[in-house]
Write a protein that binds this ligand. Structure first.
Ligand SMILES: CC(C)(COP(=O)(O)OP(=O)(O)OC[C@H]1O[C@@H](n2cnc3c(N)ncnc32)[C@H](O)[C@@H]1OP(=O)(O)O)[C@@H](O)C(=O)NCCC(=O)NCCS
Length: 176
């Protein structure tokens, strides 16, 4: 199986795999305060195994964003909830690991994952659900050409709380 699903200037994206466990869990633990309350990533071997199990390559593809120089993991990007038939859509999830946040790596990596979703996965629509206060994430999708379609109150349960989310999306045939 080909390793890189996308290669950019500074980062590449590839499927997350079992061998990533130690470094992934270490970085997720170091980033826990930074990720809260936006996302929760696996912070133990057991959680990582369950996380890997979600990615069946049909309904969900889990990726890591890696530095081209040295290969360290700088973040994650997943295409979840893939629906085929007349929808051809998927939902993005992503996060940066400290100490790599805020350097443009994850923006580049998510851009590669979106190109992969429209290209090899053949999706027509990619969505991102973002809490209104998450300005870094909002900036990231805006820069990638996503459009805000609305807001869904109490949409996703994170850390035990049903949180409102803005609904952002981009379609393959339309750059807004
Ligand atoms: C959202 C997230 C992935 C962005 O990662 P990043 O490493 O900052 O990404 P980039 O460096 O590519 O920057 C994204 C944009 O946000 C901006 N940004 C970064 N940190 C910011 C902050 N604290 N406040 C406002 N804007 C910020 C960057 O300047 C950049 O905008 P620009 O391209 O207009 O300059 C990261 O903040 C993160 O992991 N947050 C916690 C998890 C999360 O929220 N995931 C998404 C859930 S929807």
């Amino acid at each position: 199986m080909r390793l890189a699903l996308g290669v950019g200037e500074r980062v590449s994206v590839r499927r997350v795999r079992a061998e990533d466990e130690a470094r992934f869990v270490e970085l997720a633990r170091e980033s826990v305060a930074f990720h809260r309350p936006w996302v929760g990533l696996p912070r133990s071997a057991g959680e990582f195994a369950a996380y890997l199990g979600r990615f069946d390559q049909v309904a969900a593809v889990g990726m890591v964003i890696c530095l081209r120089e040295g290969g360290d993991l700088v973040g994650t990007v997943n295409v979840n909830g893939i629906v085929r038939g007349c929808y051809q859509r998927g939902m993005l999830g992503y996060a940066a690991f400290l100490p790599y946040a805020g350097r443009g790596y994850v923006g580049e990596g998510v851009g590669l994952a979106v190109a992969y979703a429209f290209g090899e996965l053949g999706l027509h629509r990619v969505e991102a659900d973002i809490q209104p206060g998450n300005s870094a994430s909002l900036r990231l999708v805006r820069r990638l050409g996503f459009r805000k379609e609305g807001i869904s109150p109490g949409f996703i349960k994170i850390d035990g709380v049903w949180r409102d989310h803005e609904r952002w999306a981009r379609t393959a045939d339309h750059v807004y």
